[in-house]
Design a protein around this ligand. Structure first.
Ligand code: APR
Ligand code: ZN
Ligand code: ZN
Length: 362
């Protein structure tokens, strides 16, 4: 039977978000209902509220989540009620041209639940953020959006792998292919950049240079594994990175801001034949201008990283294991835990720059 639970709704452009009663249907074929235990507050949730993603209000926000499977629909075999899972927003299809070529992390046909959750008061259909909608006691997702992991890990920590932290770690280990002995520079040290730093350390990078315009972020970046820091307000980051790398530039530069000027810094701060990874998300009006001869002459590769090019079924359990073994401090990304009715306040704090992640605990 359909259930009524609490959920955080963005009712309209720039209107404050609020807790409302939502209706969660029973899972249909290939679907699952998950009892949410924790869900991080991500910039993308704020972008939904601000109308930066689409106009399909009302949105049910929240997408960096973990929880326990409550029930599954027909044909679901990979997960069962009682499983502790991390939700992902790229459930791969297995049939598209990327999947068929053995590159499912690029899947071009990812899917979500087919049924809709609704607003109890009006019956209006909800648009769940990134097809998840997990600022809610329970949510309906496609079974492929659930990845079973070790239930011994704290839900707040596990949920972070569902979005920003996975994007950053994956930008380093999957997209950037950082290896033992590499020099890496990370531009922008928020949650995503710090995760790229942690991922680079995990991959054996010899030197990790953190770049930001905020000294507090640089201090945190050091605790995540940065060996050197550059405040790019105080000094030219390209010069500074070259100086720290024998005059050459870094093997891999990860751009975790999403702006043309920081992308250019990344482009010129990399060594010949090096790699630039763009994991920061630009906005539609941004343009990039670069001498084509430099693009050619410097060689190497310019890549973008969607969701850290992760494959949830491969990467989530592995990263949870590394966390459990003390080799990856995922807990360091949780700045504070909050209640469901404090998401609006968390958006305000995001602007202040002193929060890596606020996580709603349910
Ligand atoms: N140069 C260097 N650092 C900068 C600059 C700049 N010009 N502008 C901002 N920053 C720093 C901020 O000080 C902050 O530490 O970039 C960091 C951005 O961090 P957050 O705002 O916390 O964002 P985060 O969650 O890390 O996401 C970064 O990745 O997934 C995308 O949409 C997300 O585009 C965003 C990016
Ligand atoms: Zn996110
Ligand atoms: Zn596919």
């Amino acid at each position: 039977m359909a259930q009524e639970v609490r959920g955080v709704i963005a009712p309209g452009k720039n209107e404050p978000v609020r807790v409302e009663t939502i209706v969660v249907p029973d899972p249909g074929p290939g679907e699952a209902v998950v009892k949410v235990q924790a869900c991080g507050v991500c910039h993308t949730d704020l972008h939904y509220k601000q109308g930066g993603i689409s106009d399909d209000y009302p949105f049910l926000l929240g997408h960096e989540a973990s929880g326990v499977v409550e029930s599954v629909g027909e044909g679901v075999t990979d997960i069962a009620p009682g499983d502790f899972v991390i939700l992902n927003w790229r459930a791969v299809c297995g049939n598209c041209r990327a999947c068929l070529r053995g590159r499912p992390w690029y899947c071009f046909n990812t899917h979500n639940a087919k049924q809709k959750m609704t607003l109890a008061s009006t019956g209006q259909e909800l648009s769940p953020a990134l097809g998840i909608g997990a600022f809610a006691d329970k949510t309906l997702v496609a079974a492929g959006q659930c990845t079973k992991v070790d239930p011994a890990v704290s839900p707040a920590v596990a949920g972070l792998l569902g979005c920003g932290v996975m994007a950053g770690i994956g930008a380093a280990i999957n997209t950037g292919n950082v290896g033992r002995g590499d020099t890496v520079a990370v531009i922008g040290c928020g949650g995503v950049g710090d995760a790229a730093i942690a991922g680079s350390r995990l991959a054996g990078a010899a030197r990790i240079i953190a770049v930001d315009i905020d000294d507090r972020k640089l201090e945190k970046a050091r605790s995540m594994g940065a060996t050197h820091t550059v405040n790019s307000k105080a000094s030219d980051p390209v010069e500074a990175i070259r100086e720290l790398t024998g005059g050459f530039g870094a093997d891999v530069v990860i751009e975790a801001v999403g702006r043309p000027e920081t992308y250019k810094q990344a482009f010129y701060a990399r060594d010949l034949a090096g790699t630039v990874v763009l994991v920061g998300v630009p906005t539609p009006e941004m343009k990039l201008e670069l001498p084509l001869l430099d693009v050619f002459g410097r060689g190497g590769s310019l890549k973008s990283s969607w969701y850290g090019d992760c494959l949830p079924s491969r990467d989530f359990p592995m990263l949870i294991d590394l966390h459990q073994q003390g080799r990856l401090d995922l807990a360091a990304f949780v700045t504070e835990t909050i209640q469901l009715d404090e998401v609006e306040k968390a958006f305000e704090r995001m602007h202040g720059g002193d929060v890596l992640r606020s996580v709603v605990e349910l």
